[in-house]
Every structure is written in structure tokens, then in C-alpha cells.
Design a protein around this ligand. Structure first.
Ligand code: BMA
Length: 336
């Protein structure tokens, strides 16, 4: 959990949790797992708000400094819509990617259908109006985000299907038009045994381009006798070919330690879905759900994160070979 100099990489702000249910202008059981965006100099969070039925909707909050004085929209931007039966049990865990080509934000979120969670896509310019594109991955699949640019003419999306065999790993898929997805390729495999990221992993915030490639944060759910512990680590993907994993952290960089992360509806969870990278101020703001109950913020110096990433191991523990062969994409020969 430390940078190469032995100091904590991510530092929690003293005002955590920055948003709790009691702060909202409407009744809620929990407010957590937000997507984050920088819009017209303000920080916008798209909050997952779980009501007292257990159903989640996505609400906008805005702040000038990204830390305090949040202004909350009264109505959800995305709430279960009868015209979209796949959302009948809620809209959850949004990730926000600015697509320069469309001049729009892509919102990937988990639609909770009667047949399980799936990945849905919606577009917005201003977080006031939204346009649904509908489901892009069938159940069970979640933890998805788009990369902001095309690769060889195609959009790329990282997501996490949950097969009945062999653990839940991160995949990357490609699309010419944001609707039709294919060339499904295993990207990062959950490790095994005692590892913090054994068995089940999933993407955190959308990948962001840094000097060495695409910086990825992902969560790992380590099963214990008293349930899973959700922690996060880092990986680095090739700039030109994001199917190539260049580096992966051995250790987690943030895990539940504060009281609001250790106790809540689901204890022992840090779950980031949004970050804002501010190169000018050398700052990374990481927004995360804590214990599936509240929203918290940790910050890091960007230069420290990049130094940490440059020191991460190149070798991967475990390969995507089995699934890779199933879809005809040998991991070998692709530099992974
Ligand atoms: C995941 C998702 C998240 C949740 C996490 C911890 O599978 O459902 O929404 O925060 O579990 O409970």
C-alpha cells in the first residue's frame, strides 16, 4: 500500500465520507460507487443511490473543488425505466468516459435485470439530458468502461463477465459503432489461492492514458470466512494495443482500513468507479464507494502513482490462455 519510498500512495481526505445518505435531499439507504467527470471546471459525480426498496438509480452531484459543498440534483439522471425491462432491479456502478470524437460522455453502468446484471450504455453531454443505447453485454457481466478513443477504427470496452466456471476475469471487446461488440479477449486474469485478487476481479474507473500506456485500476474480491474483502490494484496496458498487459501490481494500493470502509451494508469494501487526473496540479482524485454505504475520496500525487507503476512487475501471474483459446486468440504471440 506504499509507494517506492514507503509512503502511502493514496491518502484519504479528512472529511471522509464526503457524501453519506443524510446529505442527500431525498431519502436513501446508501450512496456509493460513483462515476466521476470534470465538466466546465466542476467535478460531477454520478452517484449510485440505493433506495429503501433496495433498487439503485444514478443521481448527479456537483462541486467546485471535488471535495465539499456538493449540490445534488433532485431527480435521477438514470432510473429504472419501464421501457427498459433490463433495468427492473436498478441502475448501478456507472463509469464515465469522455469520447472526444462524439463530444459526449459515455456512461457504462450495470443494469440489474431479472436474468442478472448486464452492461448498458448511455450518452450525455451535460449530465442533464441522457440518451440510452441499451444493453451492450448480456448477463452476467458488469464493471465495464469504454476507452476514450478508437483502436484501428474500433471502440474498446473492458468488462467483467462472470462465467460459471473458472473465476471472473477482465475481458476487452471491440466495436465499430458502440452497439455491436466482438473480438472478445481475456485481458487480466484473477489470480489464485491466497492472493488479494484471487477468484474475482473487475475494472475500476475508466482507463486513463499516462506516459507509459493505459493506466488501469481494478478491484479484487478476496474471499474470507466472513465474506469478501474488496481492494484495488493497478495495471498498465499498451498504448497502441490495449489487449497487451505491460505491468500489473503485486500488492493492492488501497484496501478497507477506515471505519467507514470496514463497517456498512457490505463490510470491508473499497470500490472505486471514478477518478479525475489533474496533470497541472499533479493530483489524482479517486472516488469510491465504502462498504456499499457511503462515498469517499482518496488523493494521490500523479507523479508518485506513475513512479509506482514504472516499478510494477512485468510478469503476469496466470494467463488468459484457456479462454483465449476458446475464442481463437492465443495469448502467446501477442506479447502478453
Ligand atoms: C460488486 C458490485 C458492487 C459492490 C461490490 C461489493 O459485485 O455489486 O456494486 O460494491 O460487489 O459488495
Amino acid at each position: 500500500m506504499t509507494d517506492p519510498r514507503g509512503e502511502p500512495l493514496f491518502v484519504r481526505v479528512p472529511t471522509n465520507p464526503i457524501i453519506a445518505p443524510g446529505d442527500l435531499p431525498y431519502p436513501a439507504n446508501a450512496v456509493f460507487n460513483p462515476g466521476a467527470a470534470s465538466v466546465d471546471g466542476e467535478t460531477v459525480l454520478l452517484l449510485r443511490v440505493e433506495d429503501r426498496r433496495g433498487i439503485s438509480s444514478l443521481y448527479v452531484a456537483r462541486s467546485e473543488d471535488g471535495i465539499s459543498n456538493w449540490r445534488f440534483d433532485e431527480r435521477p439522471l438514470l432510473a429504472p425505466d419501464p421501457a427498459h425491462p433490463e433495468e427492473v432491479w436498478g441502475c448501478e456502478d456507472p463509469r464515465l468516459t469522455w469520447l472526444p470524437e462524439h463530444e459526449e460522455w459515455a456512461i457504462t453502468y450495470t443494469a440489474y435485470s431479472r436474468r442478472g446484471p448486464l452492461v448498458s450504455l448511455a450518452m450525455t453531454r451535460d449530465f442533464r439530458e441522457v440518451r440510452r443505447l441499451g444493453p451492450v453485454m448480456p448477463p452476467e457481466d458488469k464493471d465495464a468502461a469504454l476507452l476514450p478513443i478508437r483502436f484501428d477504427g474500433r471502440w474498446a470496452m473492458i468488462h467483467r463477465p462472470a462465467p460459471t466456471r473458472g473465476g471472473a476475469h477482465m475481458w476487452i471487446s471491440f466495436s465499430p459503432d458502440l452497439r455491436h461488440w466482438g473480438d472478445h479477449t481475456m485481458l487480466i486474469e484473477a489470480r489464485d489461492g491466497a492472493w488479494w485478487d484471487a477468484g474475482k476481479i473487475g475494472l475500476g474507473p475508466p482507463p486513463v492514458l499516462v506516459p507509459g500506456g493505459w493506466l488501469v485500476m481494478y478491484h479484487g474480491a478476496h474471499m474470507t470466512a466472513s465474506g469478501p474483502i474488496y481492494r484495488v490494484g493497478l495495471a498498465l496496458l499498451d498504448r497502441e494495443d490495449p489487449t497487451v498487459v505491460l505491468r500489473r501490481s503485486d500488492e493492492w494500493v488501497l484496501g478497507p482500513a477506515a471505519s467507514y470502509e470496514r463497517a456498512g451494508d457490505v463490510s470491508g469494501v473499497v470500490f472505486p468507479d471514478g477518478w479525475i487526473v489533474d496533470e497541472e496540479r499533479d493530483r489524482l482524485m479517486l472516488y469510491y464507494g465504502a462498504a456499499d454505504s457511503v462515498t469517499a475520496l482518496a488523493t494521490a500525487r500523479l507523479t508518485d502513482v506513475l513512479r509506482y507503476v514504472a516499478a510494477m512487475p512485468i510478469r503476469l501471474h496466470g494467463r488468459a490462455s484457456d479462454a483465449g483459446q476458446v475464442v481463437g486468440l492465443a495469448a502467446e504471440g501477442r506479447g502478453r
